[in-house]
Design a protein around this ligand. Structure first.
Ligand SMILES: NC(=O)c1ccc[n+]([C@@H]2O[C@H](COP(=O)([O-])OP(=O)(O)OC[C@H]3O[C@@H](n4cnc5c(N)ncnc54)[C@H](OP(=O)(O)O)[C@@H]3O)[C@@H](O)[C@H]2O)c1
Length: 393
């Protein structure tokens, strides 16, 4: 029996079990209706001797779920031997913006669903009770507090069941290519790759399951992660918990100034230096937003309006930190919400030593002044006034 078994990784698991010789399936989802491609694959399985029962059931509804177990027990199918809980929903949002409804619907599918399966299957003599969880409950993932919390429950449920002498294994998968959410959200896939979480081939991932039979653990994480890259994007990466995985390369430390800073230093003309800083930041922003050319970015338009969600904001912060070897506050992307404001932050605060010459303002022609935001003009005027005052004293 596979919950969420009519799509995504749940159905990939059904296909893998079929290849392994399993011939009796109960596949559950709320709709109970597979899409065309999945139906064709089910038809193939049936043609080749498999028995496939499809049921529309919401796993958070204990009565209905329990009824499915009763129906299966009363049917011609052989006794139920294994359950895989793959039912899942996503409703990502930064924690402070996450509505209760979005939080609960994700958590309930994982928590209530798993608990109901635990209760309903207790009378059965199962060989396997497998919960599909995610690496995110081990390492966290910004914007997925609900998903991480729901999966963390699955991690503990296996411990509880094992204590009771019941079979249970929670598998914390890394990103999976081609199935489920990532298959239809290439931009999320690209982002995960950039922050060190590589997507795995779901077939390969499933094919390595039999070797897990030899393991006694209740939780296993199977993921492809570039740990140093991952740690550079996540403050939790500095935790001793990950020290064995994150082997920070000393070679890259103290190897000199970042190239972008060197490039700025080589420009003697202060105006050119400021213009280059703006271009550099535009290039970093364009890279994170995935737009082909910096011309497509309006300097004064909110980054959020241009598609920068909390996940990408985290990535932008990290890229800027690396590019300029600096530390940015976690809220920096919200406090400096467009490119021009970010340029101002670097020019006036973080790289101040490089831009403290008043020449920058004096040498900007009228055309450049037209291009400046109100805040930049205010800053420029403030600097001029300060200089005038100094010269009067
Ligand atoms: N995809 C990945 O990269 C990835 C990575 C790590 C872990 N995982 C884990 O692998 C599992 C499958 O992920 P996926 O991305 O393939 O998911 P998915 O494409 O979103 O498929 C899950 C299915 O669950 C069904 N479902 C949702 N709520 C339900 C409920 N209350 N009762 C019954 N069925 C319900 C949905 O069908 P209906 O709408 O018809 O109900 C949906 O098609 C999840 O447990 C996930 O945490 C996936």
């Amino acid at each position: 029996m596979i919950t969420g078994g009519l799509s995504g990784f749940g159905f990939a698991a059904a296909e893998w079990l079929y290849r392994e010789g399993v011939r009796h399936f109960v596949l559950l989802s709320r709709s109970g209706r597979p899409d065309e491609k999945t139906q064709a694959s089910i038809d193939d399985m049936i043609r080749n001797g498999a028995e496939v029962l499809l049921r529309a059931v919401d796993v958070t509804d204990f009565q209905r779920l329990n009824q499915v177990f009763t129906d299966v027990a009363a049917s011609d199918l052989p006794p139920l031997k294994g359950v895989i809980h793959s039912a899942n929903l996503y409703a990502d949002a930064p924690l402070m913006e996450m509505q209760q409804e979005a939080f609960l619907k994700v958590v309930d599918t994982k928590v209530e669903g798993a608990w109901n399966l635990h209760l309903a299957s207790r009378p059965m003599d199962l060989d396997y009770f497998i919960l599909f969880s995610s690496i995110s409950s081990w390492v966290g993932n910004p914007g997925q507090a609900n998903y991480c919390a729901g999966n963390a429950f699955l991690d503990s449920l296996s411990a509880y069941r094992r204590q009771q002498g019941l079979p249970s294994l929670t598998l914390n998968w890394g990103a999976l290519a081609e199935v489920g959410f990532l298959a239809s959200h290439q931009e999320v896939n690209d982002h995960l790759q950039r922050i060190g979480i590589q997507s795995m081939d779901p077939r390969r991932a499933l094919e390595s399951l039999p070797m897990l039979n030899g393991f006694q653990q209740m939780n296993l994480c199977m993921a492809e992660v570039d740990w140093p890259t991952w740690a550079s994007f996540h403050e939790t990466g500095a935790s001793p918990k990950f020290s064995k995985l994150v082997q920070t390369s000393n070679a890259s430390e103290g190897s000199g100034k970042p190239p972008l800073i060197e490039e700025l230093e080589q420009l003697e003309d202060p105006q050119a230096r400021q213009l280059r800083l703006r271009e550099q930041i535009l290039e970093v922003v364009a890279g994170v937003l995935g737009v082909g050319s910096t011309d497509q970015i309006d300097l004064h338009r909110g980054l959020t309006e241009m598609g920068m969600d909390s996940m990408l904001a985290m990535e932008l912060r990290q890229r800027l930190q690396e590019a300029y070897a600096c530390k940015l506050q976690a809220t920096a992307m919200f406090m400096y919400p467009n490119v021009e404001k970010l340029v101002g932050l670097f020019r006036d605060q973080l790289l101040q030593g490089m831009f403290d010459s008043q020449e920058v303002v004096q040498e900007l022609g009228e055309e450049d002044l037209d291009d400046m935001s109100e805040e930049d003009l205010e800053g420029a005027l403030a600097r001029e006034l300060a200089e005038l005052r100094e010269s009067e004293q």
